[in-house]
Design a protein around this ligand. Sequence first.
Ligand SMILES: [Zn+2]
Length: 82
Amino acid sequence: MTATALAKGESLAAQVKRLKYGLYTVPSQSESGVYWTVVQRGDGDLQCTCGAGIYGRPCAHLAAVIVRRQQEAKRRERKQAA
Ligand SMILES: [Zn+2]
């Protein structure tokens, strides 16, 4: 994951919706009302259904889910520490 992709993900992270464990939707940045699905595969890797993601290229949607997970992990750590 490149720094540029992660920076893009940062701005999208708040809009990530978790449908269930390992299944997320992320809104498209270029088309309103379009949502991409990010799934966690059996091997643990995340895959996005957008044009870049289906070829295994890092995209902003994947980055958004990764950033969101990091944020949630941090939140859980804080809760446990309190
Ligand atoms: Zn994508």
